[in-house]
Every structure is written in structure tokens, then in C-alpha cells.
Design a protein around this ligand. Structure first.
Ligand code: TRP
Length: 451
């Protein structure tokens, strides 16, 4: 098989760190982490989530970036090439397929939720949230999700923005944008933290997030915490593999991945620390689900002097965080169509974008017209979320770990990871090859009620 790549390399290690952090930091940190922690009882969930990031997420991330850089192609071809080079079963290519498909499915609902953030940019200008009460905020949110036309408009806009960037090629625009936007987002979150600490119930938040109450933890919460670790690091969906394929060869993969994962985790925890003081101060229930941040933050903005402008800035940065993530979900599919089928990038982007947009309509309707239509008690959106985060990503990650540790020759791995110290190398192999896949298997079986 010919090694073909239509891509450039990142201009530097920093560019990769920013792009991978851009992919990792998104709705998962600011929107999903707080409401999942809220729904799953707080402290114990957070602790398991952190354990999953460090013991499963980071090692698998290192493995995935390594596979991408070794093959320097889109994930489907990358896995096919590596399997062939190492004389392994061509079936390993399924890792590439399942990842690319997971990225596509996630894009379909991600674009709808990102549409909400676009709508809140509009609301911050139009409404301003001045002296907003919690009831008013909840009704603003409710009105938004009850209206399918509004949701479709925002979803269409966001899908268009994503595919626009992907069509143009991600290099210049993306690199330049994330360099400014990521630090901006961090700054605003810190500012909001200051507000939450002084006006909200900060003590109660610390207890809720960091004092584990094991009685609250079900098998499903453990699975959810692991799924969230995969989701937030953008693992097993081709995204990190395809970004790894543009990484200069002299960059240390382990060090780079640790930086990305730590930044991602800090932003998730920070979001929790910003949101829960407001939740508790307002007497809201932490388990209120996907609307959590859209209902709480406007109340905080409404009470601040100049809050309208902070709200505007925050939601703009939030849109950008979502944007840099959604780009990475479709990139594997687009690069596959472009590299394998000779499509132009714009044509591939339009096809994938339109497909994702269409599937996304199901998510739009699951908040209104199809609210009552459930499979196993889950709406269409919840089904897609469960299927990807709790099944496809963990199982894909397990396969990546097994392939990287047991099917790739030690020489190839050692070269690519550039870890001359055999202690570090063995530690990585042990954690990635045995501990991580075994933990994933255990959590999956446990959630199925096998033991
Ligand atoms: N990590 C992103 C977030 O937390 C979401 C994301 C981007 C993603 N690319 C992905 C999730 C690929 C799964 C697969 O918002």
C-alpha cells in the first residue's frame, strides 16, 4: 500500500498541543462533565473519572498518537498499513472504521448542542440576562429546546462553520485561532471562578465534588465516568490518531500527551467549580441534566456588573471551544474520502457534513417532538451518546491499547515513543497493554451485570 498523505505537518510541537487541546477541550468539559458529575452523585464519580484519565486515558492517548504518527495517514488506512507492515490480521483496520464512525455519530449530536451555545451568544446580546432569576433562566432554556425550528437553524449554522474550516484545510486557520482562543477561555473561566467563590456556595461545592459518597455510585456511573474520560480526551475516534499523523517526528509523544490531558482535566474541574456554587446557591438540583450550565451561568452573568458583555464573551469562547473539537470529529472521515477516494476536501466535507447534519435532526427532535419516543428508556440523543461514549470509545480504546502493545513490534514502539529509559517504557507497556484493557473490560462487564 502506498503511503499517501495530503497533509502538512503541524508547524511546531506547540501547534500540536494547542490543536489536540482544542480537540479535547470542548462541550465535554464545560457542558457534559458538570452535569454528569451532578447526575452521578459528585465526588465518587469525579474520583473514578480522574483515575480513568490517568490510568486508562493517558496511556491510550499515547498509543493512539503513536499509531497515527507511525503511519502518517488517515485512521482507516493507518490501521490497515500498520497491520500489513507487522504481518497482522487485516481485521485490525476495524479500529480505524469504528473510530471514524464514532467521530461521525458524535459530530451529529455535538453540532446540535453547540447550536445551543450559538443561541446563547444571540441571547446574551438580545436579552442580556440582566437580574435573571433561576426560574426565568430555566424557562429561557426550556423555550429554546421546545422549538425545533430554532434548534435546526443553530445546528445548521454550527455544522456549516465546522465543515467550512475542514473544507479549507485546517492548518493555518485552526492553528492561529486556537493560540488565542484557548488562553482566552481559561482566563474567562478563572474570572467566573472568582465570582462563584465569592457569591456562591463554594464550601458545599468542594464537598460535593471532592468528598466521595460511595453509596451513590452505581455500575452505570462507573461506566459513565470511564466513557466521559474517553470522550473528553477525544480518544478512539480517529481524532487524536489523525492529529498524531501530522506530528513532527522529533516530538516526545508521552510528554505532549500528558500536557494535553492535564490541560483538559483542569478545565473540566474548573468548570465544575464555577457551576456548582451557583447551582447550590440557587437551590437547583445538581442532577438536572444537559441543561445545567445553560440554566446556571446566565443567572451568574445577570447578577454581575457588565455581565452582558462577560456572557457574550464567554459564550463566544465556548462556541470556539466546541468548534475546535467538532473539526477533529469529522477530520478522519474527510481525510479518508480525500486520501482514498481522491475526493477534493470541500466535496468530502460537504458529504460528511450533510450526513452528520441529517442524523443530527434526530437529536434535535429528541428534545421536543420525539421526547416521548425512547428505546430502553433513552431518547434518541441519549442512545447515540451511550452507544459512542460508553461502548464504541472504550472498546475501540481497548483495541488500540492491545494493538499498540501486543501487535506492534517492540522495536517500532520504542523508536516511535523515543523512550530510551527502559523503566519508563516498561511502565507504559504494562499500563497500556494490561492494566488499561483489563480495566475497560471489567467496567463494561460490570455494567452489564455480569458480576
Ligand atoms: N473532547 C471533546 C470534548 O470534550 C469532544 C471530542 C472532540 C470528541 N473530538 C472527539 C469526542 C472525538 C469523541 C471523539 O468536548
Amino acid at each position: 500500500m502506498k503511503m499517501r498523505s495530503i497533509h502538512d505537518q503541524w508547524s511546531s510541537r506547540l501547534a500540536f498541543i494547542l490543536a489536540a487541546t482544542g480537540s479535547a477541550v470542548g462541550l465535554g468539559n464545560i457542558w457534559k462533565f458538570p452535569y454528569m458529575a451532578g447526575q452521578n452523585g459528585g465526588g465518587a464519580f469525579v474520583l473514578i473519572y480522574l483515575a480513568c484519565i490517568f490510568l486508562i486515558g493517558i496511556p491510550i492517548m499515547i498509543a493512539e498518537v503513536m499509531l497515527g504518527r507511525r503511519a502518517r495517514q488517515n485512521p482507516i488506512n493507518a490501521m490497515a498499513t500498520l497491520a500489513e507492515q507487522e504481518n497482522r490480521n487485516p481485521g485490525w483496520k476495524l479500529i480505524g472504521w469504528s473510530g471514524t464512525l464514532a467521530g461521525f455519530i458524535i459530530f451529529s449530536f455535538y453540532s446540535v448542542i453547540s447550536g445551543w451555545t450559538l443561541y446563547y451568544v444571540y441571547l446574551s446580546l438580545n436579552h442580556g440576562f440582566s437580574s435573571l432569576s433561576m426560574e426565568e433562566s430555566q424557562s429561557l432554556f426550556q423555550k429554546m429546546v421546545e422549538n425545533p425550528y430554532g434548534l435546526i437553524t443553530c445546528h445548521t449554522l454550527f455544522a456549516g462553520m465546522t465543515l467550512g474550516v475542514v473544507a479549507l484545510g485546517i492548518q493555518n486557520g485552526l492553528e492561529r485561532a486556537v493560540k488565542v482562543l484557548m488562553p482566552g477561555l481559561l482566563l474567562l473561566l478563572l474570572l467566573l471562578l472568582g465570582y462563584s467563590m465569592s457569591y456562591g456556595s463554594f464550601g458545599e461545592t468542594l464537598r460535593f465534588l471532592f468528598q466521595p459518597d460511595w453509596n451513590h455510585l452505581s455500575e452505570q456511573s462507573v461506566l459513565a465516568a470511564m466513557g466521559q474520560a474517553f470522550f473528553t480526551l477525544s480518544l478512539a475516534s480517529g481524532a487524536i490518531m489523525v492529529y498524531g499523523s501530522y506530528l513532527p517526528s522529533d516530538t516526545s509523544i508521552p510528554r505532549t500527551c500528558i500536557i494535553v490531558a492535564l490541560s483538559d482535566t483542569s478545565i473540566a474541574l474548573l468548570s465544575g467549580l464555577v457551576i456548582f456554587p451557583i447551582v447550590f446557591a440557587q437551590g437547583m438540583t445538581p442532577a438536572s441534566g444537559p441543561g445545567l450550565i445553560f440554566q446556571t451561568l446566565p443567572v451568574a452573568f445577570g447578577a454581575m456588573p457588565g455581565g452582558q458583555w462577560f456572557a457574550f464573551l464567554f459564550f463566544i469562547l465556548f462556541v470556539f471551544a466546541a468548534w475546535t473539537s467538532s473539526i477533529s470529529m469529522v477530520e478522519p472521515g474527510v481525510s479518508w474520502l480525500a486520501e482514498n477516494h481522491g475526493w477534493t476536501r470541500p466535496r468530502a466535507s460537504v458529504m460528511i457534513g450533510f450526513g452528520g447534519w441529517l442524523v443530527g435532526l434526530g437529536t434535535v427532535f429528541s428534545f421536543n417532538l420525539w421526547q416521548e419516543f425512547t428505546i430502553l428508556g433513552k431518547t434518541f440523543f441519549e442512545c447515540l451518546d451511550y452507544l459512542t461514549s460508553n461502548l464504541m470509545l472504550p472498546l475501540g480504546g481497548m483495541a488500540i491499547a492491545i494493538f499498540a502493545c501486543w501487535k506492534l513490534s517492540t522495536n517500532s514502539t520504542r523508536n516511535e515513543l523515543n523512550l530510551p529509559d527502559s523503566y519508563e517504557f516498561n511502565l507504559w507497556r504494562w499500563v497500556t497493554g494490561i492494566l488499561a484493557p483489563f480495566s475497560v473490560l471489567l467496567v463494561c462487564l460490570n455494567s452489564l451485570g455480569v458480576f
